[in-house]
Design a protein around this ligand. Structure first.
Ligand code: HEC
Ligand code: HEC
Length: 259
């Protein structure tokens, strides 16, 4: 019996082996220790692209995914990794299995053109950038649809405090004359607090010159919980359409220099 198993394994290519249950378990273990920090352990994905949507901006074939893992994505926080080739096969098989069993990546219901109007009249661009337009106070949304499930997006809008990426944590400085300045925390050390305020100005304060420094536990983004059902659905459809190629953004001006 054992001999048969060994023979079968020898006949299988490494990639096919990676897709067996043991191979997937090994891939999952590698993923947990190297990737989950950014991509999340759950199918919904963490603060970085959920790899379970079945849509891969950089290509969905095993070779495409291997390329991304080996080389990283320059200009983003996606690092490059060196794995032994069998380890890499297992990892890629696991990553692909995430989308295989994920809910179907069907387009989100709703009208993206109307959703864009909701986006405009809700003041989202006061804090977010799409293509070349808007502010970088909050995360850029140019490619938000490529990496996020619609459930994640829905929650980001109605209950933004549910998941705040560390790099957008808020901090409030209270000066001696009682002024409060809130912004995205950029850096803190024993002597200073540095933040980016809502007008996108970089501000630095000496700790001994302020009354108080408060770490915000709530998101800097206000919850949009009173949007009508239709407005919310259309907004989700618009965000889902944002994949980096701005033609898909329902008439959004084509931006230069955005991959
Ligand atoms: C420090 C954070 C970080 C870590 C750690 C990380 N990634 Fe990424 N990863 C990213 C970001 C950010 C992107 C999106 C890059 C972009 O915008 O194109 C990405 C993109 C990807 C993509 C391409 C997705 C697509 O849409 O084509 C794959 C595949 C991927 N990562 C796999 C992995 C694997 C596997 C690991 C672990 C070995 C890993 N990543 C570890 C941040 C990370
Ligand atoms: C006052 C500034 C502000 C406004 C206005 C605002 N946001 Fe945000 N938004 C943020 C900040 C800061 C974050 C990051 C912290 C967080 O996730 O809560 C964020 C996060 C998000 C995310 C999650 C992004 C990611 O990568 O996980 C989405 C999606 C989003 N906002 C969409 C919107 C939409 C749509 C609107 C308008 C209806 C809007 N925001 C209005 C500041 C703002």
């Amino acid at each position: 019996m054992r001999i048969v198993v060994v023979a079968v394994l020898l006949l299988c290519s490494a990639a096919a082996w990676a897709q067996t249950e043991t191979g997937l378990a090994a891939g999952k273990a590698t993923f947990r220790s190297n990737c989950a920090f950014c991509h999340g352990l759950t199918r919904g994905g963490g603060r970085r692209p959920a790899l379970s949507s079945g849509r891969f901006v950089h290509g969905a074939t095993p070779d495409d995914i291997k390329n991304v893992i080996r080389n990283g994505v320059p200009g983003t926080t996606m690092p490059s990794f060196e794995f032994a080739s069998d380890e890499l096969d297992e990892l890629v098989a696991y990553v692909r299995s995430l989308s295989g069993s994920a809910p179907k990546a069907a387009p989100v219901a709703g009208d993206p053109v109307k959703g864009r109007q909701v986006y405009e009249r809700s003041g989202c661009s006061g804090c977010h950038r799409i293509g070349m337009e808007g502010s970088v106070y909050g995360p850029e949304l140019t490619r938000i649809g490529a990496g996020r499930s619609s459930e994640y997006l829905r929650e980001s809008i109605v209950n933004p405090s549910a998941d705040i990426p560390e790099e957008y944590a808020g901090v409030t400085v209270v000066t001696h004359d009682g002024q409060r300045i809130t912004g995205v925390r950029i850096n803190e050390d024993s002597f200073t607090v540095q933040l980016r305020d809502a007008s996108q100005n970089f501000r630095m304060f000496q700790r001994n010159e302020v009354q108080q420094v408060i770490q915000e536990t709530k998101s800097l983004m206000p919850p949009y919980s009173s949007l009508s059902k239709d407005d919310l659905q259309n907004l989700l459809a618009y965000l889902d359409s944002l994949r980096g190629d701005l033609k898909a953004g329902a008439g959004v001006k084509k931006a230069e220099g955005i991959r």
